[in-house]
Ligand binder design. Structure first.
Ligand SMILES: [Zn+2]
Length: 127
């Protein structure tokens, strides 16, 4: 697979962390992650997701294109720091969510991926 072009987004969105623009063969990552405070595995996690969009083509079902297919979701778990990255994102980008407040926690909370997606959907964004 050839390497797509990369750039930071103009807007520092915490809801849309990245997207793959297939017509330009380009991955755009939210500039909210353009900071030395952001661990590299978090940026890599977003890049990995967007690269999967290049790797897996979507599926047409009843006239609708599905990008996050079962195969796609399966591949996401091949990224070893996935859980760590999701936890970091939840704690640092959504600190107002009660369950993400580290002071309240005895053990690190593992945010189920379904909950993370739900949070994104509530904000009207897709990953
Ligand atoms: Zn996606």
């Amino acid at each position: 697979m050839s390497q797509p072009r990369l750039s930071w987004s103009q807007k520092a969105s915490r809801y849309k962390l990245g997207y793959f623009d297939c017509s330009r063969d380009k991955i755009v990552v939210s500039s909210i992650l353009d900071s030395s405070n952001v661990p590299s595995y978090v940026v890599e996690h977003v890049l990995y997701h967007e690269l999967l969009h290049k790797y897996h083509s979507g599926k047409w079902v009843n006239g609708r294109m599905y990008c996050h297919t079962t195969e796609f979701r399966g591949s996401e778990w091949d990224f070893k720091d996935r859980t760590k990255a999701l936890v970091w994102l939840a704690e640092n980008l959504f600190p107002e969510e009660e369950s993400n407040k580290s002071s309240l926690k005895k053990e690190p909370t593992i945010i189920p991926y379904s909950k993370y997606i739900e949070m994104m959907k509530e904000k009207g964004e897709t990953l």
